[in-house]
Design a binder for this molecule. Structure first.
Ligand code: NAP
Length: 282
C-alpha cells in the first residue's frame, strides 16, 4: 500500500506557487487578491477562513475578510459582493459556507461574477464543466485529480465510485472524472446495496462525513481509496474510511489528515493565481 501524501504534494505546490506569485508581482505589478465573505460566528467557518487567510499570506496573495453579523440583511451582503465584483484588485471572491439559515446562500453566491468565482460553484463554471469545457474547477475535486496525477494513477477506463453528491465535492468530481474518461458511478443516501457497488470500484472516493463509513469489506482488493471526509472524534480528525483495516487491502490510500485537505487549500490558491493571470483581460 502506498500513502497518497497530500501534505507533501501541497507543500511542493505552495513553494512553486510562491515563486510564480513573486514573478507576477515583479513583471506585471499584479498582486493576486482574494475577498472572503463570512457571516455569523460559526466556529468551524472561523477556523477555515483563518486558515485560508494564512495560506494566502504565505504565498504572497493578498486576502481580505469581510465579516458580517448573523442578523445582517441579504442586500447588504449582496452589495458587498457587487463592490468586490467591481474592484480591480480582487481576482476571486468566495462566500464561506454555511451561511446562517435566514439567508438564501444560493441567491447570494449567484451575485459573484463568473470571472471571480474562485470556488467554481457558480452556474457559469459548472456549466462549462458539464460541457467538458473546463474553466475554473472547485478546489477539492481539483486537488484530488492533481493527487491522482502526481502518483500516476490512471483515470481513463477505470471504474470510479464517488460516494456523496454534494455541489462542492461529489457532483463536480464525478463530472471531472467523466471528462477524463472514467466510468463513473455516483452513490448517495438513497443508493441501494452500496457495498455491491463500492466493491467494483477501481478507485473509491468517499465524501460523506461519517467516520468508519467505508469498511474493509466494501473495498475491492488493490483499489485506490480517496477519503474526502472530515469528522472529529474525541478531538481527533478522521475520515470516512476505516483506515486501519482498509489500508491492508488498498493499493493507494489518502490519510486523514494529510491527504485531500491540504490539496484543497493549495488548489484554491492556484485558482486565485490563475484568475489574477487573467486580470488584464477582464
Ligand atoms: N478534505 C476536504 O478538503 C473537504 C472539502 C469539503 C468537504 N469535506 C468533508 O467531506 C465530507 C462531505 O462533505 P460535503 O460538503 O460533500 O457533505 P454533504 O453536503 O453533507 O454531502 C454528503 C453526501 O453524503 C451522502 N450520504 C450521506 N449518508 C449516506 C449514506 N448512508 N450512504 C451513501 N451516501 C450518503 C449524502 O447523500 P444525499 O445527497 O442523498 O443526502 C450527500 O450526497 C464532510 O465530512 C466534509 O467535512 C472535506
Amino acid at each position: 500500500m502506498i500513502l497518497l501524501d497530500g501534505k507533501a504534494l501541497a507543500k511542493e505546490k505552495r513553494e512553486e506557487l510562491k515563486k510564480k506569485v513573486q514573478n507576477l508581482k515583479e513583471k506585471q505589478k499584479i498582486v493576486p487578491g482574494l475577498a472572503i465573505i463570512r457571516v455569523g460566528n460559526d466556529p468551524a467557518s472561523e477556523i477555515y477562513v483563518r486558515n485560508k487567510l494564512k495560506a494566502c499570506e504565505e504565498v504572497g496573495i493578498k486576502a481580505i475578510e469581510k465579516h458580517f453579523n448573523d442578523n445582517e440583511s441579504e442586500q447588504v451582503i449582496i452589495d458587498s459582493i457587487i463592490d468586490f465584483n467591481k474592484n480591480k484588485m480582487i481576482d476571486g471572491i468566495l462566500v464561506q459556507s454555511p451561511l446562517p439559515k435566514n439567508l438564501d446562500e444560493e441567491k447570494i453566491v449567484s451575485f459573484i461574477l463568473g470571472s471571480k468565482d474562485v470556488d467554481g460553484f457558480g452556474i457559469n463554471n459548472l456549466g462549462h464543466l458539464l460541457a467538458n469545457q473546463e474553466q475554473l474547477l472547485a478546489a477539492t475535486p481539483l486537488g484530488i485529480i492533481h493527487l491522482l496525477e502526481k502518483y500516476e494513477i490512471p483515470i481513463a477506463s477505470k471504474h470510479v465510485v464517488v460516494v456523496g453528491r454534494s455541489q462542492i465535492v461529489g457532483r463536480p468530481l464525478a463530472i471531472m472524472l467523466l471528462n477524463r474518461d472514467a466510468t463513473v458511478t455516483i452513490a448517495h443516501s438513497k443508493t441501494k446495496n452500496l457495498k455491491d457497488i463500492t466493491k467494483t470500484a477501481d478507485i473509491l472516493i468517499s465524501a460523506v462525513g461519517k467516520p468508519k463509513f467505508i469498511t474493509e469489506d466494501m473495498v475491492q482488493k488493490n483499489a485506490v481509496c480517496i477519503d474526502v471526509g472530515i469528522s472529529r472524534i474525541e478531538g481527533h480528525v478522521v475520515g470516512d474510511f476505516d483506515f486501519a483495516n482498509v489500508k491492508e487491502k488498498a493499493s493507494f490510500i489518502t490519510p486523514v489528515p494529510g491527504g485531500v485537505g491540504p490539496m484543497t487549500i493549495v488548489s484554491l490558491l492556484e485558482n486565485i493565481y490563475n484568475l489574477a493571470l487573467n486580470r488584464e483581460r477582464k
